[in-house]
Structures are given as structure tokens and as C-alpha cells.
Design a protein around this ligand. Sequence first.
Ligand SMILES: CC(C)(COP(=O)(O)OP(=O)(O)OC[C@H]1O[C@@H](n2cnc3c(N)ncnc32)[C@H](O)[C@@H]1OP(=O)(O)O)[C@@H](O)C(=O)NCCC(=O)NCCS
Length: 350
Amino acid sequence: MTATLRPWRDDDADAVAEACADPVIARYLPFLPQPYTRDDALAFFRNKPGDPAIVDAETDRVLGAIGSTPRGDGIAEVGYWVAPWARRQGVASAALEQFSGRLFEQGLRRVYLVTALTNGASQRVAVAGGYTREGIARGSARTADGTWADMVVWARTAGDPPGRSARALPDLAGGELTDGVITLRALTEDDGPSTYELRSHPDVSGRSVVGTPIDPAVVTRQCAESVSKWIAGLRAEMTIRDAADGTYLGEIALYHSEPLLREAMIGYSLAPGARGKGHAARAARLVTDWGFEIGMARMIAGTATDNIASQRVLEAAGYHREGLQRSRLPGPDGTRIDNLQFAKLRPAAT
Ligand SMILES: CC(C)(COP(=O)(O)OP(=O)(O)OC[C@H]1O[C@@H](n2cnc3c(N)ncnc32)[C@H](O)[C@@H]1OP(=O)(O)O)[C@@H](O)C(=O)NCCC(=O)NCCS
């Protein structure tokens, strides 16, 4: 399918109303009328005559919408949606590329867009369109339930090089890492309850630098927003599951803590019932190898001096003890505790 842009026609109104009945569009574009009628579509065509339809170049079927709003001298904000029947085929990415080119040809200097922290699809569209992540605009967008949400701001300027933006932490090829016994997958909103339960165990929260989770809704939100940290290149958080039946076993993350040094850190926790079977070492090995594959030169991890189980995990995953860092970790009741630092070096190219 080839996506192309053309002006809206009145006979597109039914397709627009059908697409906008989609709950994902309602979630991420809460300012659209709900329910969205044929008349809403016709009014939109009249009000925004410069905004094109995204259609299939061969069949002329409506695939989505893209448009811009002026935001000051030489600046515009872009927005888009793709109909449920046309998703995950590169439609939004192709449309954003074409539409941005058109705006720069018209003399704009800066084009930006904002995405919800949970909207991984749209953040990937921004990356594919050569937009650079600039930061978080806190409390800047109203959500469907009337609260104010933080948004990720992405921009492309007239002088930016063509092509995709770079991502320090790419998505997992095929969506997972596996060794046949365990499987690691990106943390999602659906992992909220298991993650809350895991992080609530005293021996998990007691070893965590962030402490006990305050409430299940906060943990579910953190899981849902995890994709934005991954796409930003800050950290890659994954669940550990049984490869055979998908049972939740725990979590592991790669923290991209020293990008300039090409060094990343791993951290992991297993649910009590999943311990003693070598799963943590398997997970550590998978994430460590992935780290080297995506360009890390050194992978590190730390444990409290009395955390013998975690030290065994690191040794089993090929890490070496490097030294004792005094008072590196926050301990109970405002105290500080020593950290045993472990590291594994990227194998020399053969
Ligand atoms: C966001 C949206 C426009 C994406 O449209 P699309 O045509 O499916 O996007 P593309 O096919 O161009 O996909 C772009 C990238 O996102 C990835 N992607 C798309 N949907 C995804 C999903 N649900 N989960 C994970 N990745 C997804 C694609 O694999 C692709 O990745 P790549 O560039 O690394 O190969 C569409 O999901 C949508 O209309 N959502 C509701 C409205 C909305 O969110 N609008 C944007 C508001 S900021």
C-alpha cells in the first residue's frame, strides 16, 4: 500500500466518522467530538481546508488524516490519525514525511508534535519522521477523563538531516529476547498488577533504590509510560516470562546510565516462586548480550554486600567483581550502604 495526500472530499465523511469511532483515536485525540458523526467530518473539511486526507494511492481509500496548526512565526504543530484498518503498514510514517516536507517547502522553520507518554505507536511515527525528542511538557494536555497529562514534545527543524531520528535503545527484534527457557518482553500497561505485586514484596522493595510502590495505579501508569523511556533511550524495562507458557516470573531493565561511555547498568527482581531455577542469570545474560549488540562497551550491575544471591546471578552471567563503592546506595531509614560493583566487557570482535 502506498499512502499519499490529497484534499478531502465530501464523500470521505462516512469513512472519517467510521475511523473516529475507534477507542484508540478517542483516547489519544480527546478533543475530537465523541461520538464523531458524518456532520462533524463535513465541518472539519470546511474548517481546515489546507489539511489533507491520507489515502491509498492505488484505491483512493481513506487511510487517515494529517494536519497542522500555526503556532507562531514560522512554527506549526502537526497532528495525525490512521484508521484502524490501515495501521502498522507505515501509513502514518509516510504521511508525516510527505506532510513535513510540504510545510518546510512553504517556508516553516520548525514543525513539532506532541504525543502521550503511553502512545508508543505515535512516538515511533515521530522517530520515523525524523523528529527529535525535546522533552516533557508537564500537565500540558487534557485527557479524555478531564485530567491534565504530561506530553512528549518532538520537533523537526528546516535544517535537520533527512531520514529517521537515531534511537540509542532500539526495539527488540521480533518483539522479544529468548533463550528457549525464558522470554523477555517490553513492559506494558497490562503488566501493572504483576509488577505491583512483585515490587511490593519486602525483599524486592527493600533492595530497590526507589523503595516500596505507593499504589497499584501508580505502578500501572509507570508500566504504561515505560515505552516513552525506552524510545527516549533512557532505559529498557522488560518482564521475564516462562518461554513455554508465558507465566510472569519477574522483571529486568537496562539503564542507559552513561551514554558517552557506552556503559549501561542492569537491575532485576524475580517473584519469590520463580527463584532458585537460574532464571535471573538467564535474563541477565540475555539483556547483557543485547546491550553489547546495540553498542554498549561495558555492562555493569551493583549489589549490596550481603546480597549473595544477586552476586551469584551476576557471576553466572559472566560478570566480574570490580570493587566496593562506599555508601553508594540508599539504605533503610535514611542510611547509606556500600555497593559491590560488577562489570562485563563487550567481547572482542573475532
Ligand atoms: C499513531 C498512529 C497514527 C500510527 O499509525 P500507523 O500508520 O499504524 O503507524 P506506522 O505504521 O507508520 O508505524 C510507525 C512505527 O510505529 C510502530 N507501531 C505502530 N503501531 C504500533 C503499536 N500499536 N505498537 C507498537 N509499535 C507500533 C510501527 O511498527 C513502526 O515502527 P518502526 O518505524 O520502528 O518500523 C495510529 O496508531 C493512530 O491513529 N493512533 C490513534 C491516534 C493517535 O495516536 N494519533 C497521534 C496522536 S499524537
